[in-house]
Design a protein around this ligand. Structure first.
Ligand SMILES: Cc1ncc(C[n+]2csc(CCOP(=O)(O)OP(=O)(O)O)c2C)c(N)n1
Ligand SMILES: [Mg+2]
Length: 334
C-alpha cells in the first residue's frame, strides 16, 4: 500500500495532523531530557527509552477511538504520551510521586491509565499479548465496538505468550490489533541471530491471521495501515498482526551505549528519523509553516520542562498507602 499523504491529511484535517507531530515531538523531547536526568543520577529506577520509534505509537493511536484500550511493554513512555496521558502524569510516575499516573507505584515500566485507554504497562516480554486477546474477547462478548491493541517487540514474538495470544485471537475472530515494533534488536541481540525469517508478519499465517507490514519510521504509513486493521476489527472481521519496521535510536536501557550496533547501521536509521520526516511532510503539504513548527517546538520544550519540574517537586506517596490499590473492586459479570 503506497502512503497517500494528501488523502490522509485531507481526511484527518490540519489540527489532527499537527497534533500527531506535536505528540511525536513530545515523546522525543521528553525522552531526551529524561535520558540526561537518568545519566546524571537524578532519575530513580531504570528507563527503557522510545527514541526513534515515535511514529509507531503515534500512528497507531491516531487510528483509535477513546474507549479502545492499548497495552505496552518495558518501553512504554511513548505509548503513554501518544495515548494522551499527560506529560506531568508520566514524569511524576517516573519519579515515583503520588501525582503520577499510577500514583507513583508503577514507575517507568508500568506507566498507564485505564481511564485514558491504556493498561499500566507490562514489562514481562510478550506478557501483554494474551491479556489483550482476553480484553478483546470481553469486548466481543459484551458486543462493544471497542478494539484492544497490543504493542510488543520483535523479541516478544519468540515467546510462547505470542503464540497463545495470537492463536486465541484468530480462532475467536477477536477485535484486536497486534503491533510488532520490529526494531531489529531484543536488548543487544540482533533479530538475525534468533530468527530465520525476515518478516515477523509471516508468523500471522501460522494462526490464520491477516498480517501486514508498514514503515515504522513514517507516522502516516503507520496510521494508514493501522486504520485499515482497526476498521476491519471494528466491523467484526477479526484481528491483524501489523509489523512495523523501525529502529531504536538509543540504548536498550540504563547506560547501554549500544556498541553492538554498527556506526553505518545507526547512521542509516538516523537518516530515516521519523520526527524530521514528519516535519518535512507538514511543510510540503501546507499543514504548518516554519513559524508554526517553531512555535510547536517551543511549546513542547516548555511543556516537558514543566512536567519534569512537576515530577521532581510533587509529593512522595505515604507509607500508610502502600497496601492501597493492590486489588480492583469490581462486579464480576455472570
Ligand atoms: C519474559 C521476559 N524475559 C526476559 C526479560 C528481560 N528483557 C527485558 S526487555 C528484553 C528485550 C525485549 O526485546 P523486544 O521484545 O524486541 O523489545 P525491545 O526492547 O526491542 O523494545 C528482555 C530480554 C523480560 N523482561 N521478560
Ligand atoms: Mg526489539
Amino acid at each position: 500500500m503506497k502512503t497517500d499523504y494528501k488523502k490522509i491529511i485531507d481526511v484527518l484535517g490540519k489540527d489532527k495532523v499537527q497534533g500527531m507531530y506535536r505528540r511525536m515531538l513530545e515523546i522525543r523531547v521528553f525522552e531526551e531530557k529524561i535520558r540526561y536526568l537518568f545519566l546524571e543520577g537524578k532519575m530513580p529506577g531504570t528507563v527503557h527509552q522510545y527514541i526513534g520509534q515515535e511514529a509507531c505509537a503515534v500512528g497507531v493511536t491516531a487510528a483509535l477511538e477513546d474507549d479502545d484500550v492499548i497495552a505496552s511493554t518495558h518501553r512504554p513512555h511513548g505509548h503513554a504520551i501518544a495515548r494522551g496521558i499527560t506529560l506531568n502524569a508520566v514524569a511524576a510516575e517516573l519519579y515515583g510521586k503520588v501525582t503520577g499516573c499510577c500514583k507513583g507505584k508503577g514507575g517507568s515500566m508500568h506507566v498507564g491509565d485505564l481511564s485514558l485507554g491504556m493498561l499500566p504497562a507490562i514489562a514481562i516480554v510478550g506478557g501483554n499479548i494474551p491479556i489483550i486477546a482476553g480484553m478483546a474477547m470481553a469486548f466481543k462478548i459484551r458486543k462493544e465496538k471497542r478494539i484492544a491493541v497490543s504493542f510488543f517487540g520483535d523479541g516478544a514474538s519468540n515467546e510462547g505468550a505470542f503464540h497463545e495470544g495470537l492463536n486465541a485471537a484468530a480462532v475467536y475472530d477477536l477485535p484486536a490489533l497486534f503491533v510488532c515494533e520490529n526494531n531489529l534488536y531484543g536488548a543487544s541481540t540482533s533479530v538475525k541471530r534468533v530468527m530465520k525469517i525476515k518478516d515477523i508478519a509471516d508468523r500471522g499465517a501460522a494462526y490464520g491471521m491477516r498480517s501486514d507490514i508498514a514503515d515504522g519510521m513514517d507516522v502516516f504509513a503507520v496510521y494508514q495501515h493501522a486504520r485499515e486493521a482497526v476498521d476491519l476489527a471494528r466491523k467484526g472481521e477479526g484481528p491483524t498482526l501489523l509489523e512495523l519496521k523501525t529502529f531504536r535510536l538509543c540504548g536498550h536501557s540504563r547506560r547501554d551505549p549500544n556498541n553492538y550496533m554498527t556506526k553505518e547501521e545507526k547512521e542509516h536509521w538516523k537518516g530515516k528519523d521519523s520526527v524530521p520526516a514528519c516535519e518535512k511532510i507538514l511543510l510540503e503539504y501546507g499543514v504548518a509553516d516554519e513559524k508554526e513548527i517553531q512555535s510547536i517546538k517551543d511549546e513542547v520544550e516548555r511543556a516537558v520542562d514543566d512536567a519534569i519540574l512537576f515530577g521532581q517537586t510533587s509529593e512522595e506517596p505515604k507509607p500508610e498507602d502502600t497496601y492501597e490499590d493492590l486489588y480492583v473492586t469490581c462486579e464480576v459479570p455472570r
